[in-house]
Design a protein around this ligand. Structure first.
Ligand code: NAD
Ligand code: MG
Length: 385
């Protein structure tokens, strides 16, 4: 029996993970489930999987969790310190699926166990790349990418041939505004932006897909995971979301991973790694797709890609500043305080104001994360006025 912990179990990735664990109950013992504020969902998952511990970050949700799990045998706790402590309990496999920089410290706590970390929380790797990779190396942990593109590339990247990789290619669906005009994008509402054409995901990443900040964050994430410079990471718009990622070798061979747009497939790959496990996810029927299309992204309507590449090239705290400013701007857009195209404006203004100071410790990363949030909030207010 392998022990597992799920950080962010009540979210989109978390629920897909719980679904896979429910299909293979005899193989896993659940050490801890951690959620943000949805006590009812967390309690239901804890009961179903007989979790040893359930932690809710929001203290206001604790009473409900305690009542729901009374007599169930699952221990309960709440608050930020309890989240980090739960993440640090020994587990053979941990799913890191808390959204945003809030996931950084819990993910680092899990890394310190030196076991397998299934990494969905791309913002952690983007904002604290050096710190995370050093912690992984120090602890002897194994980082298994969950993000579908990175998981695809990991599957297509034959270990012994990593030095013969010419470039890697991340595919992007193009999001709901793939064909929209700038005027339409300027007037886009949260409801329109949340409507992703191919994937069903949490709110923050859905908006990131619409702006293409998601792909920008993924370029930085890929640079960290695969140790590649920015010029060797390409992005291709591929509206069918069938091909998730490709590796081009120096001899011209292009190896792709394909699958249904169902996150349970990459999650299962990390859960069973280095083996494979069966899933109930629909198997791809290529004949059902008349054509697979690929095109270069539009850098004018989607400035996020340019900004992310700039942040990656600048290094230091620039990616952390980009990611934190984007979190603030997405929140403000979802509250209808700023427009859709203002998201990239807030990020660019924050990046220009703060530059790329050094950030090689966790303290420095957290400092620049806080500074970026402060600056982004004031740019947001100025745009809202
Ligand atoms: P989500 O919003 O659906 O879920 C986030 C989870 O984190 C929830 O359980 C929430 O309660 C919890 N959480 C939020 N703040 C917390 C805090 N401060 N402390 C503890 N828990 C907290 O998001 P999601 O779509 O599942 O995405 C999770 C992560 O995975 C993100 O980083 C996202 O970029 C990445 N990701 C998601 C997908 C996808 O298909 N959904 C694909 C690739 C990568
Ligand atoms: Mg992705």
């Amino acid at each position: 029996m392998r022990t597992v912990t799920v950080l962010g179990s009540t979210g989109s990735i978390g629920c897909s993970t719980v679904d896979l664990l429910e299909q293979a109950r005899d193989q896993f013992r659940v050490r801890a489930l951690v959620g943000g504020s949805n006590a009812a969902k967390l309690a239901e998952q804890a009961k179903s999987l007989k979790a040893e511990l359930a932690v809710v970050a929001d203290e206001k949700a604790f009473e409900e969790l305690r009542t729901l799990l009374a007599g169930s045998g699952t221990e309960v706790a709440c608050g930020r310190a309890a989240v980090i402590a739960a993440a640090g309990l020994p587990a053979d496999w941990t799913m890191a699926a808390i959204t945003g920089a809030a996931g950084l410290e819990p993910t680092l706590a899990a890394v310190k166990n030196g076991k397998s970390i299934a990494l969905a929380n791309k913002e952690a790797l983007v904002c604290a790349g050096d710190v995370m990779l050093r912690a992984v190396a120090d602890a002897g942990a194994t980082l298994l990418p969950v993000d579908s593109e990175h998981n695809a590339i990991a599957q297509a990247m034959a270990d012994k041939q990593a030095d013969q990789v010419a470039k890697i290619i991340l595919t992007a669906s193009g999001g709901p505004f793939r064909k929209a005009s700038l005027e339409e994008m300027e007037a886009a509402t949260p409801a329109q932006a949340l409507k992703h054409p191919t994937w069903s995901m949490g709110a923050k990443i859905s908006i990131d897909s619409a702006t293409m900040f998601n792909k920008g964050l993924e370029v930085i994430e890929a640079a960290r995971i695969f140790g590649l410079t920015e010029d060797r990471i390409d992005v291709l718009v591929h509206p069918q979301s069938v091909v998730h990622g490709l590796v081009q070798y120096t001899d011209g061979s292009l190896i792709a991973q394909m699958g249904s747009a169902d996150m349970r497939i990459p999650i299962a790959h990390t859960l069973a790694w280095p083996k494979r496990m069966a899933t109930t996810s629909s198997h791809l029927d290529l004949a059902a797709f008349a054509t697979l299309e690929f095109s270069a992204p539009d850098m004018v309507r989607f400035p996020a890609l340019r900004l992310a590449r700039e942040a990656l090239r600048s290094g230091g705290a620039a990616p952390a500043i980009l990611s934190a400013a984007n979190e603030i701007a997405v929140e403000a857009f979802l509250k209808e305080q700023i427009g859709f195209l203002d998201i990239a404006r807030v990020v660019e203004q924050t990046m220009t104001a703060l530059g790329a100071p050094p950030a090689d410790t966790l303290e420095a990363v957290l400092h620049w994360d806080a500074e970026a949030r402060k600056a982004a909030r004031s740019h947001t207010l100025a745009l809202a006025a």
